[in-house]
Ligand binder design. Structure first.
Ligand SMILES: O=C(O)C1=C[C@@H](OP(=O)(O)O)[C@@H](O)[C@H](O)C1
Ligand SMILES: C=C(OP(=O)(O)O)C(=O)O
Length: 667
């Protein structure tokens, strides 16, 4: 996950490859609750691991369920069998509607029948999301519920015992959120000593989510009798019976971003999306039909989708989106690439979700330059051809962050492509923590569009640490070119080569099986990270780096690090030779005395004895060799910014470099 203040997406041009979707949020949280209320054990496979499921899991634990993660396998949930173990609890439910609403119903009914007191709270926005219709229905049933803030909104206090009135049908409004009906359907089997009837008041929205609820109840042994979408009967004697094992499908709403990606950018080979397909339980797979109407070519398998661009530009759309409320946000960004205005209708519920999504989409689309009209329950988006670089505010709404990533393909409809900045990208943690990493696996950009920031400087100037810090803040890829030279020196040494024989050393570069992963370097099967850090490897690096043949052999390898979303490259000639077009080149120095002291402390802390004078003499000798070599001598690029960090903390240097970087960005 990118836990950073903003993530800049360079102009993207194409997409191809395969993505595996995370588990469905709606299925995960329903299955967890049903397993938690059942007797005995349920093995849950492919559960979503995200903020929304984390709050459900934490609640179940507090309520006495046993949870055991089989390493690399399913989660074992041992339910409470409908008997309260802990009758007094405070639960924090973040911004998860699928936790807040069903847990409210379940705990209100359990408190009524078994006694207890529960407080349910969430993040500030959760306290603005309505729950009054569900509270009203539960009160009508006889539950005791207090709204601790504003009436009709969380936080709530549920208490009991109290006498339930199950003989009369319970009425619930269905036109603000289908989750109120879902909550009652999931929880009422707890108290179904007689037939319990639910009547829906008003037109039920988001119906396919109620379908998911009914299907999962069936798998847990509850056969609800449905009379259209108006009346539901939970038969007397209903009891949750765990099916033993449940497999969670991939998330169909999360699939929408990749379906859209295929429609926009998979011009050659399709994007393959694994985890949902024609056999899905989730209504949001019908997003595919909307994408097809806009021109996408889709091939559906039972559990996978392959999507390619068909019509281009996309075809404008006018659609009632009530059946796909979450995925429909993706259509609003696709509409920018269409051949006319697109209208999304019947989406009033957008206003009471993670944020007011109609207002948010209109505001952010306009920042890109789009012309947008909005009404109480509709949104019209006009195609955009003159794009502006924009900082997209995400309102702590995962879907705003995810769907606006698709705006980075603007270069496919304009000659003046612009980057897109996504603020607070970590909000995707609600349902898809690795969204951006997954996206970056399947998209490509032109190398010249991918920003590079170079940090060159002499040995022990702290460029590696600074580069790490800056790359981390920007979410960029890192190239530690010194490590490439060290690895080459080490590989050549191990192959028994004479390190002064440039041609021989250069010849092994193409076959070097070198990999950089999560801060570790492997050569073939061996992890050589620690060996590379040793002084000996540094000396070998300096020796092989003096050969022009070796430098040019490593050149392509270094250029290959220029990957989405951007690169921070540190070394000695990153700005001057390898990435001459980098918009920011830093030349980092520190006095020889400072550098010798840093190196000394580093070695001593590792228990390696060293002499300060000796280190300083080595550093000066190495500087002289690096400056004096004929191939790419160590010198600042002409347009480099010099930074002497002798008297600076690492944070000070980092912030200064980030400030220089900010000056060069168009946002
Ligand atoms: O029941 C569910 O799992 C959901 C129902 C929908 O909410 P509404 O019924 O409020 O539209 C949907 O937007 C939400 O993300 C998940
Ligand atoms: C509306 C959403 O979430 P919630 O389950 O919190 O309602 C959503 O995921 O788009």
């Amino acid at each position: 996950m990118f836990k950073i203040p903003f993530l800049d997406l360079p102009p993207l041009r194409a997409a191809a490859g395969t993505v595996r979707l995370p588990g469905s949020k709606s299925i995960s949280n329903r299955v967890l609750l049903l397993a938690g209320l059942s007797e005995g054990q349920t093995l849950v496979h492919d559960l979503l691991d995200s903020d929304d499921t984390a709050v459900m899991l934490a609640s179940l634990k507090v309520l006495g369920c046993q949870l055991e993660q089989v390493p690399g396998g399913p989660l074992k949930v041992t339910g409470i069998g409908g008997r309260l173990v802990n009758k007094d609890a405070q639960l924090f439910l973040g911004n998860a509607g699928t936790a807040m609403r069903p847990l409210t119903a379940a705990l209100a009914l359990l408190a009524a029948t078994q006694g207890g007191a529960f407080e349910l709270a969430g993040v500030a926005r959760m306290h603005e999301r309505p729950i009054g219709d569900l509270v009203d229905a539960l009160r009508e049933l006889g539950c005791e519920i207090a709204c601790l803030g504003s009436e009709g909104y969380p936080p709530l206090r549920l208490s009991g015992p109290s006498r339930l009135r199950l003989a009369e049908p319970v009425r619930v409004r269905g036109d603000v959120s289908s989750q109120f009906l879902t909550a009652l359907l999931l929880a009422l089997p707890l108290v179904a000593t007689q037939d319990v009837v639910i009547e829906v008041v008003g037109e039920l929205i988001s119906k396919p989510y109620v379908h998911i609820t009914l299907e999962l109840l069936k798998r847990f042994g509850i056969e609800v009798r449905a009379d259209g979408w108006q009346r539901f009967t939970i038969p007397a004697g209903s009891r949750y019976r765990s099916p033993g094992e449940v497999h969670v499908e991939g998330d169909a709403s999360s699939a929408s971003y990749f379906v859209a990606l295929g429609a926009i950018a998979a011009a050659e080979t399709p994007i393959r999306i694994e985890g949902v397909g024609s056999a899905s339980l989730q209504g949001d797979v019908r997003f595919v039909e909307a994408a097809q109407a806009m021109g996408a070519e889709v091939r559906a398998e039972a559990n996978a989708l392959e999507v390619k661009r068909g019509a281009w530009p996309l075809k404008a759309l006018d659609l009632d989106c009530n059946h796909i409320p979450d995925a429909a946000m993706t259509l609003a960004v696709m509409a920018l690439y269409a051949d006319g205005p697109s209208t999304l209708r019947n989406i009033a519920s957008w206003r009471v979700k993670e944020t007011d999504r109609i207002a948010a989409m209109a505001t952010e689309l306009r920042k890109l330059g789009a012309s947008v009209e909005e009404g109480p329950d509709w949104l019209r988006v006009h195609p955009l051809r003159a794009w502006k670089p924009a900082s997209i505010h995400t309102y702590d709404d995962h879907r705003v962050a995810m769907c606006f990533s698709l705006a980075a393909f603007n270069g496919l409809v304009t000659d003046s492509a612009v980057p897109v900045r996504i603020l607070e990208p970590h909000c995707v943690a609600k349902t898809f923590p690795d969204y951006f990493e997954t996206l970056f696996e399947v998209v490509t950009a032109r190398p010249e569009d991918i920003p590079v920031l170079t940090i060159d400087g002499p040995t022990a100037s702290g460029k590696g640490t600074l580069a790490d810090e800056v790359a981390h803040e920007l979410g960029y890829v890192i190239l530690d070119s010194g490590m490439l030279y060290r690895a080459t020196g080490l590989a050549a040494h191990r192959a028994g080569l004479d390190l002064d024989d440039g041609a021989a050393v250069a010849a092994i570069v193409p076959a070097m099986d070198l990999h950089f992963r999560k801060g570790r370097v492997t050569l073939g099967e061996e992890d050589i990270t620690d060996a590379l850090r040793a002084e000996a490897a540094g000396l070998m690096a300096s020796q092989v780096a003096a050969h022009p043949q070796v430098r040019s052999a490593l050149n392509q390898l270094q250029l290959d690090f220029r990957r989405v979303p951007g690169l921070v490259a540190d070394g000695r000639d990153m700005g001057s030779t390898v990435f001459p077009d980098a918009p920011l080149k830093v030349f980092l120095t520190a006095s020889a005395a400072t550098r010798a002291e840093r190196r000394y402390k580093q070695l001593i802390s590792k228990g390696i004895s060293a002499s300060m004078e000796g280190l300083r003499a080595d550093l000066e000798a190495r500087d002289a060799r690096d400056k004096g070599r004929s191939a790419s001598p160590l010198k600042p690029a002409q347009d480099a910014q010099s930074l002497d960090n002798s008297a600076q903390t690492i944070e000070e240097s980092r912030d200064l470099v980030l400030a220089w970087w900010a000056e060069r960005r168009p946002f």
